[in-house]
Design a protein around this ligand. Structure first.
Ligand code: SIN
Length: 578
């Protein structure tokens, strides 16, 4: 399989010397496809979109005139990561701002690993994409003159982040897009349906993807396992946060699209870069699952981080102080916690006053009040938690993967725009911009369903009880700071757990076992990449390789072949650098 490349630019004349890859420890056995009852029903559509966040719903709306469009979502349309996005959407709007400045901030935050051409696309096409979102009904916060209110977050050198409902930007965007999809009779929606796997085109996956196998959880004419043949499959399944014990991500973020793509032979790129958000509300040492976020926009409005001694510590660490890029702040918070022997620091937003807290940050205000914290009078206890998957399924500038007819968009996709560390509030923008590009590519290429082939892959399952040990191991050894011994210990822990849990009583076809199989697959890919990258860069910190290494200014592709997991360094493409 030829891994997807971003952009059409020619390969660099002199590719950098490929870094030497360390030998891999023996990896866990992961399912080749997820076992289920055979499909009891069959459908044909032109485009199937898997996932219903900003990326998936925008692809569906943009391609509704192309034919039969089906959106499949694991819960109801309005769930997923998008509604949880607090800070906002970054785009060039203000007269004092420019595409060049937003590009530069994105490249700096990305720590040398962004694809410049992809960033250029993101930033230059962003304003039109946001204008269209506003036409679709999204209502952003405005001043009395009707101008958008703009704020800042980490890594931005200009106020360019629009927000809605104070700190409920994602929820407002999701509301508007769900309403638009519901109002469009050309788009069919199947809710409560997990896509188990991709279907091979006639000729197998080497010829491309022919559709999806899905399981609808519930009663009705489409209950149970079914097959959908489609001219194009667009994966927009969001993130992978549930591989960690504590995350800002909702429970549905189990990496289903990444795992299905890997099982079909697609490559993922830069999956070792998992962004930890530095200010997640600290709920005690045993807090697990989805934890409440305290948006960077709070720091954008003036709040400061304090250590256990009540001292501000960011000004000495970065020219942007508390608004340094997110990886810098997360590392500084961890260093302060280690130095003081504590498991949290504090975010001091007392200067904002109660009125601002209530109006500008109503969601965070409520989260804090539920814990008995009054942010207008008390510093908020915060600690880092997993937040965003910077890499993803390797795609080009049109969202096309290395498998024909398979596209990926949003957090599941590795477009190259985030590099080693995503710039705050670029992700909603990425979902919008690349969704529009996928629809345009489908319009050019056409997307009519074609025959599919028998799926010859051996079915497998893991027991759902694998999930807790997997999350513990990943949190302990594969967090923001890693080393070879810890990563190897994590691989061994996953391998042992997977071996024990393959044939357990919970290894029966069903949502939890399927999600467990996906989490194991995604975690294995991440460990493979994190073990190989012998440097510290952006969100990937290595205690045993603390410096950034210019030889490693390369992407890392991971895929599964008949021989096992494969790691392939991939030079960045030459492109406009501002
Ligand atoms: C935040 O509001 O701090 C998170 C925004 C983002 O992840 O882009």
């Amino acid at each position: 399989m030829t891994p997807a490349r971003t952009g059409d630019a020619p390969a660099p004349a002199e590719p950098p010397v490929a870094p030497t890859l360390p030998e891999l420890p023996e990896l866990p056995d992961v399912p080749a496809r997820l076992a289920s009852d055979g499909p009891g029903w069959h459908r044909e559509v032109d485009v199937v979109v898997v996932g219903s966040g900003v990326a998936g719903l925008t692809v569906a709306l943009e391609s509704a005139d192309l034919g039969r469009v089906l959106v499949v979502t694991k819960d109801v349309l309005a769930t997923g990561s998008t509604p949880w996005a607090q800070g906002g959407i970054a785009f060039v709007h203000d007269r004092g701002d420019s595409v060049a400045q937003h590009v530069r901030d994105t490249l700096i935050a990305g720590a040398g690993l962004c694809e410049p051409a992809a960033v250029e696309v993101l930033v230059s096409e962003g304003p039109d994409a946001v204008a269209e979102l506003i036409e679709r009904g999204a209502r952003f916060d405005r001043d009395l003159a009707g101008d958008l209110l703009l704020t800042r977050e980490g890594g931005h050198r200009h106020n360019r982040i629009a927000h809605a409902g104070g700190d409920a930007t994602g929820a407002e965007i999701e509301r508007a897009l769900v309403a638009a999809v519901r109002a469009d009779p050309r788009i069919e929606v199947i809710e409560h349906a997990l896509v188990l796997d991709l279907l091979p085109a006639a000729g197998g996956f080497a010829a491309g993807v022919g559709g999806v196998v899905l399981h609808v959880m519930g009663a009705g004419s489409r209950a149970g396992t079914g097959a959908v043949s489609a001219g194009a499959v667009v994966l927009a399944t969001g993130g992978i946060g549930q591989i960690y014990a504590a995350s800002t991500n909702p429970p549905v973020s189990t990496g289903d699209g990444v795992a299905a793509a890997l099982r079909a032979g697609a490559a993922v790129r830069d999956v070792e870069f998992i962004q930890f958000h530095p200010t997640v509300l600290y709920l005690g040492p045993d807090a697990r699952g989805q934890l409440p976020l305290v948006s960077e926009a709070v720091r954008g409005e003036g709040a400061r981080l304090l250590n256990a001694a009540g001292e501000a510590f960011m000004a000495d660490r970065h020219e942007l102080a508390d608004l340094a890029p997110r990886d810098v702040v997360a590392r500084a918070v961890m260093a302060e916690m280690t130095a003081a022997g504590t498991d949290h620091v504090f975010l001091d937003g007392r200067m904002l006053g109660e009125e601002t807290w209530r109006v500008r940050f109503p969601t965070i205000w409520q989260s804090c009040r539920r814990q008995g914290i009054n942010p207008a009078t008390d510093p908020i206890p915060v600690a880092p938690a997993s937040h965003y998957f910077c890499g993803g399924i390797a795609v080009d500038l049109d969202g096309a993967t290395g498998l024909a007819n398979l596209y990926a968009c949003g957090e599941v996709a590795g477009t190259g725009v985030h590099g080693a560390n995503r710039l705050a509030s670029n992700s909603l923008l990425e979902g919008l911009v690349f969704a529009r590009r996928i629809a345009a590519a489908l319009r050019r290429a056409g997307a009519a369903p074609a025959p599919t082939a028998e799926d010859g892959r051996a079915p497998g399952l893991v027991d759902r009880s694998l999930v807790a040990p997997l999350q513990q191991a990943m949190s302990r050894w594969a967090g923001p700071l890693r080393d070879a011994d810890g990563l190897t210990a994590c691989v061994v822990a996953l391998r042992t757990a997977a071996a024990q849990h393959h044939a357990g009583p919970g290894a029966v076809p069903g949502l939890e076992a399927w999600e467990a199989g996906n989490l194991l697959t995604v975690a294995t890919a991440i460990l493979t990449a994190a073990h190989a990258r012998l440097e510290s860069r952006g969100a990937h910190g290595r205690r045993d390789h603390p410096a950034t290494d210019e030889r490693w200014r390369q992407h890392l592709l991971v895929d599964r072949t008949a021989e096992g997991w494969r790691r392939t360094p991939q030079p960045l493409l030459p492109g406009p650098v501002r």
